[in-house]
Design a protein around this ligand. Structure first.
Ligand code: NAD
Ligand code: TDX
Length: 331
């Protein structure tokens, strides 16, 4: 398969490309990535010989058209992804997430190429703390932040292009990922690298908000399964039944790293902070036979801590400026 992976130099995309190269040697992989602050050429170093990296914008219609014309399938990860950044400046989110997805859709429509669109559970808004409710494929969209509203818009475009133009596309909405190569702006790597650099971890508010965690390799194995066996036009929810409050995740990190469980700062809460996300992944399991390979959160978290300890060359150059930005926002 000739695969075009947009956003393949970001966290999830780079992990997807690593697996494609190792587990599917018949694939030829081209990455289209603008190498924004969130993308890194180094994340593709382990597979650099096997991958073509095109540095460019997913909203550049001519470039996207020429790359899609040479592909059998597109896996579309490219996006602006950090909720806090979307609160500070929504503009790039509109451009990349909405216009970028529109650009990809027009190209796959012209060339009859298969598309998998990678999206988030944040499009559904949030759930009550302590309720038993979970998101399903039928949950109405109700996004809260500029980030999630642009991802919701991108999903709607994909659905419309399937219905109106017969584009062969699937969508997945996944819960919170963690694992190697995640940018240090995000919750888990921020706290690990705060501890590794002698800073105190930073918890928004009281830390009661709940996220449903999944290891990035499990997200990607589901994406691969949907790409190969998913039904055109369908949406699949990806999750690994791992709800945790932010406070409990932070205390697990502190304990695994040999610190006291109360050795952190409480900082200004996020505006409009979604309370709880929880995915019902039963359709994916029953229809496509997918299951996670990293079911033990503590083991996967320990391995992630080990990765950040061993890879300061990768994250070290980013750390100070990320913390400067957070400090300016009181976080
Ligand atoms: P990331 O921020 O780590 O990576 C995004 C990548 O997209 C970067 O390499 C960046 O350079 C690239 N990019 C940004 N703007 C671009 C543009 N205009 N043109 C080309 N490339 C551009 O994000 P991630 O966490 O790897 O997320 C990947 C996808 O998965 C996103 O679509 C996101 O919405 C979705 N998702 C993420 C999570 C999560 O927990 N991280 C969960 C569910 C869904
Ligand atoms: O320093 C922090 N302290 C803190 O308490 C940071 C960075 C975050 N938090 C909280 C906010 C959230 O409740 O931790 C939780 C997780 O925060 P993020 O890592 O920013 O993730 P979230 O906002 O939940 O969104 C993530 O999952 C869904 C990704 O960033 C999205 O791209 C994805 O769609």
């Amino acid at each position: 398969m000739r695969l075009l992976v947009t956003g393949g130099a970001g966290f999830i995309g780079a992990n997807f490309v690593h697996t494609a190269v190792h587990d599917h040697p018949g694939d030829s992989v081209t990455v289209l990535d603008a190498l924004t602050y969130a993308g890194s050429r180094e994340s593709l170093d382990p597979v650099a010989q096997a991958v073509t990296l095109v540095v460019g914008d997913v909203a550049d219609a001519d470039l996207v058209d020429s790359l899609v014309a040479e592909s059998d399938a597109v896996v579309h990860f490219a996006a602006e992804t950090h909720v806090d950044n979307s609160l500070a400046d929504p503009h790039p989110f509109l451009r990349t997430n909405v216009i970028g997805t529109f650009t990809v859709l027009e190209a796959v429509r012209r060339h009859g190429v298969r598309l998998h669109h990678v999206s988030t559970d944040e499009v559904y808004g949030d759930l009550e703390l302590g309720s038993a409710q979970r998101f399903t494929e039928a949950t109405p969209y109700n996004p809260s932040s500029p980030y999630s509203s642009t991802k919701a818009a991108s999903d709607m475009l994909v659905r419309a292009w399937v219905r109106s133009f017969g584009v062969n596309a699937t969508i997945s909405n996944c819960s919170n990922n963690f694992g190697p190569y995640q940018h240090v702006e995000k919750f888990i790597p921020r706290q690990i690298t705060n501890i590794l650099t002698g800073r105190r971890p930073k918890l928004y508010g009281a830390g009661a908000n709940v996220r449903d965690w999944i290891h990035v390799e499990d997200h990607n194995s589901a994406v691969r399964r949907i790409l190969e066996s998913g039904e055109p036009g369908r949406t699949y929810l990806i999750g690994a039944d791992c709800e945790r409050s932010n406070l409990s995740v932070l205390q697990e990190i502190l304990t695994l790293m040999g610190r006291d469980a109360d050795d952190f700062d409480q900082v200004t809460d996020r505006a409009g902070h979604d309370l709880r996300y929880a995915i019902d992944p039963s359709t994916l399991r029953s229809e496509l036979g997918w299951k996670p390979r990293h079911p033990d959160f503590r083991d996967a978290l320990r391995a992630t801590i080990d990765w950040y300890e061993a890879n300061e060359d990768w994250w070290g150059p980013l750390k100070d400026s990320v913390e400067d930005d957070y400090r300016k926002r009181g976080q």
